[in-house]
Write a protein that binds this ligand. Sequence first.
Ligand SMILES: C[S@@+](CC[C@H](N)C(=O)[O-])C[C@H]1O[C@@H](n2cnc3c(N)ncnc32)[C@H](O)[C@@H]1O
Length: 228
Amino acid sequence: MVGRSGVRLLVLPGVFRPISDSWLLARTACAQSRPRGARVLELCAGSGAVGIAAARCHGGTLTTVDVSRRAALTAWLNGRLNDVPVRARRGDLLAPVAGERFDLIVSNPPYVPGPDPPGSGPERAWDAGERGRAILDRLCAEAPAHLKPGGILLVVHSEICDADATLAAFADAGLQADVAAREHGPLGPLMRARRAELEAAGLLAPGQDSEDVLVLRGTAPAPVPALR
Ligand SMILES: C[S@@+](CC[C@H](N)C(=O)[O-])C[C@H]1O[C@@H](n2cnc3c(N)ncnc32)[C@H](O)[C@@H]1O
């Protein structure tokens, strides 16, 4: 399969197949101004498609992290298919890259409101607790410390998962926070299937069948140039 950013993709069974959110994130990552040879990290990487697109745009190197062993293998294989060397790590969020810093961090984490994140199974790719923020809150708290000076963090999620909380967390961590991209479209199949519960929880308005998907950006302060 060739994905929408021209990334050649192989997706092993049980691994999340990129969807429109993934490609929105990939396009937004490519649109950022980054140093040539940028160190790119994709968190919650699944197939690695977003990180591969981003690393290719910026002539950079890619590290991926996913809790799923199969996803880590898939990201590594996709790196080979696309001539982008991938350092594929399996583990929980930032744990596998402790002490490391990156020029660009991208993530399309699980964010569908519903059951708490399970310990295994395909639902691990989307179930994110009753407000959809079980993984998001941790990612917002942990990722900023892994940015180089001037580094950029891009996180994609639905408007119903409280974009303001993401922007506030970025700002609390000392990042300049803004919305880098926004796309309006019909609810995805998982949100549609949970519409009644989401309406009851006040996350969707009655009859709402569309949503904004946002890419939230946090930019670390750039180093102050030395005086001559
Ligand atoms: C919505 S999928 C996105 C995959 C890919 N970024 C994309 O857009 O195609 C979320 C991914 O997060 C992974 N994941 C879930 N919990 C995680 C955690 N605690 N640490 C690392 N990865 C996690 C899942 O295994 C899944 O591959």
